[in-house]
Design a protein around this ligand. Structure first.
Ligand SMILES: Nc1ncnc2c1ncn2[C@@H]1O[C@H](COP(=O)(O)OP(=O)(O)OP(=O)(O)O)[C@@H](O)[C@H]1O
Ligand SMILES: [Mg+2]
Length: 268
């Protein structure tokens, strides 16, 4: 099992969108993927269904109020599963986050999941508070969305500092890559930010795939679905996440254990 944490210093850069759509794309490629919502505001639940935003989840798992098997929400795609954040009291979001900071809850989660999933994808609240640090401590990889706008780009260095200091304290987390989001190639300042990051960061630290700004994401979040399920023939931007999933596999050497990797004959 491999754990990924989607993390960024700045809010609203597309973390939840990336977590959900990347998980959906990986699941469609056959990886049994569990999205874990660690945001006390219940970002994944809010993006998918009202029911999920009031469902028990990570909080109830952490407080041992419920067995994990009862908390995991199955989806119509059998490889994609969700663990909502749970019923975090609005006035105790900080307490909830602090309780996750040492990573022990996530470590226990990994042990309980055993070999039921191939990938755990943590969606985190913005900033490097307790939930994010805890998830990073137990993850093999971090994916760091950065919005292609001048202020967001400045936050990139913080990510390197945080990951470095976690590794100094025994974590193994590596940066899978910085992911440019909401890129507008026709907008000079957005493109300039992208070009600057491509110049400053070595290729192994920044994904080739970029996520464009596209109204389909707003439409998908209003409809409560990954963009690939927006309609039977999804909009072009849905393909971006298939491309990103393939890039994630290659960069992180996700191990294919089940199948023959030979070309699939179209006719016998
Ligand atoms: N590529 C995109 N193009 C257009 N809109 C987008 C894109 N990505 C995300 N959005 C929209 O921007 C808003 C913020 O996105 P999202 O919730 O994924 O960010 P976040 O980083 O998870 O935010 P937070 O820090 O609050 O958790 C949402 O309304 C989402 O639908
Ligand atoms: Mg979010």
């Amino acid at each position: 099992m491999v754990a990924f944490t989607i993390a960024s210093q700045k809010g609203g850069v597309g973390k939840t969108t990336v977590a959900l759509n990347l998980a959906h794309a990986l699941a469609r490629r056959g990886w049994r993927t569990l999205v874990v919502d660690t945001d006390p505001q219940g970002a994944i639940g809010l993006s998918l269904s009202k029911k999920l935003s009031s469902s028990p989840g990570l909080l109830e798992y952490a407080s041992q109020a419920s067995a994990l098997s009862k908390l995991i929400v199955k989806t119509k795609l059998k490889e994609l599963m969700l663990l909502p954040v749970g019923r975090v009291p609005p006035d105790d979001a900080m307490g909830f986050q602090s309780s996750l900071a040492d990573g022990d809850v996530f470590q226990a989660l990994h042990a309980d999941l055993d070999d039921q999933v191939d990938i755990v994808m943590y969606d985190t609240p913005s900033g490097f508070g307790g939930a994010t640090l805890g998830a990073l401590r137990v993850s093999a990889f971090a994916v760091c969305p950065v919005q292609a706008e001048p202020i967001a780009a400045r936050s990139v260095l913080t990510i390197f500092d945080v990951l470095g200091s976690l590794r100094d304290r025994g974590a193994v987390v590596q940066l899978a890559g910085v992911l440019l989001t909401m890129l507008q190639t026709k907008d000079r300042s957005s493109l300039a930010v992208a070009e600057d990051l491509w110049k400053r960061l070595p290729g192994n630290l920044i994904f080739e795939t970029t996520v464009p700004r596209d109204a389909a994401f707003l439409e998908a979040s209003a409809a409560g679905v990954p963009v690939g399920l927006l309609r039977r023939r999804p909009p072009p931007v849905a393909m971006i996440f298939d491309q990103l999933a393939a890039e994630v596999e290659a960069r992180t050497h996700l191990e294919v254990t089940d199948s023959n990797e030979a070309p699939i004959a179209l006719v016998d």
